[in-house]
Design a protein around this ligand. Sequence first.
Ligand code: SF4
Ligand code: SF4
Length: 518
Amino acid sequence: MKTLQKFGLGIFLTGLMLFCSLIFLGKYQLTHQEFDALIAEKGIKSDLFIANINSKVTDKAFSGPFEFSKRVISALEEANKVHRKKREWSKVIWDKPHSFSYEVSKKAGKGMIPNNKGWFWFLTFGLGIIGSLLYIIPNLITLGPPGIKNNNIYFDSSTNRGFMGWSVFIFLVSFYVLLYFFPDYIVNWTYIVDPISQSISGNLASQWFLYGFLYCVVMTVMAIRMYIKYRNNKYQILRTTSVLFFQIVFAFLIPEILVRFEKPWYDFKNAFPLDYDFFFSWNLNSLISSGGFGLFILVWGIVLTLVIVPVMVYFFGKRWYCSWVCGCGGLAETLGDPYRHLSNKSIGAWKLERWLVHGVLAFAIVMTGFTLYTYFSGTSAILGIKTQSIQSTYGFLIGSVFAGVIGTGFYPIFGNRVWCRFGCPLAAYLGLVQRFKSRFRITTNGGQCISCGNCSTYCEMGIDVRAYAQKGQNIVRSSCVGCGVCSAVCPRGVLKLENGPVANRTHLPNFPLGNTLD
Ligand code: SF4
Ligand code: SF4
């Protein structure tokens, strides 16, 4: 079995290395016809930019994306500088330079990768999937008798912040930096998923389609690992299936199919303020101009946030969303499961968590207030502060850096719920309802606790579960996402996730425990 697993690891790493090397390969050559098509599509009015591209880029061959992108961006910035100086606002190209360069690169890619999309898909995604399954599935045979095994978790360098952990961290952070800030460097990755994108939405793949597809693949493979690891725990199997379903159907397929029918791209489960740009003017305008269906989305988005989310948290706690529905939670629970013990359990981390997560919620609410005020009043600023700058700051700091680069990139260092615990404004909102008005709690049969600490070790939200268990005190914490792993790993059956009357749910028991002699 070990040999088979090593073989699988080898295949996986081959696929991964090929995937990474695609960045540096390929040929880029923009023809005049392609450039003319781009000018028409984007309504570009800058003669200067057109002249710059014609002299620096068109009909020249570039190997790799870097020089090509550099020339496109310099053509764009030079033209924009002149137009801004002359206040020729209609000629300015407002796109972000690397996003614009992505669109040009997507048209300009030539050679073996765009011509052999299927083969490159197999050599990267295909080998990655086959290799991972060969590594994971033998565990079904070698795990032995029922029980959740975390054997050697603190001795394995990939899960103890060792060399492998840091390598995965560097890979993940680099991936997110490229995805969010340098999409023009990863055009080759998007070519290999073009056929899948075209078959679902009818369009060529963007970097966001690539991300959505990769997200679903990674979650599916790691969900198989979850099914094997937690195979005797019905709660874990059901919620893993649930997050997988919501990710593939709601976050990936339905939005792409909507695009095929010329409707707005929309993830019906993504509630505001996690969906922070829901009330941005471009989104409101797009929904309003899409007729009845757009208005339905608008009403659904508001009802989801103001009614469905809090009512469901009242009945079931935030677990219904964070551990059963949410895409961020879904990735944390599948890809992130091997890192759950790395969450910081200190009081300092708890304090930081409360400041940060509620700070992000306040930021999101203030930004949305400003946005709606400017939308309805027709102004562009309040108290001299431009709404656009607040939105850009939030999008960069929270939407990209916190949610993406830190939120997932830091799994191997800070545990799998960095974003959910420290940054997600929706988690903060759900947490407030859970803490003050919910039927959810984890009950503890303290007399049975042997203080082994398994529950605290594997709590991904950094909750010191054992401290509550030792006192026999119910756990009602705003951050608990109800993953149920504390209960699953407890050898004494001390912990139980329950819904019950709100009154007295946080109280200590009024019967004596072995450890409350006084
Ligand atoms: S307390 Fe238990 S159920 Fe809540 S987040 Fe921690 S491990 Fe999951
Ligand atoms: S896992 Fe169970 S027995 Fe161990 S410390 Fe936690 S509650 Fe106590």
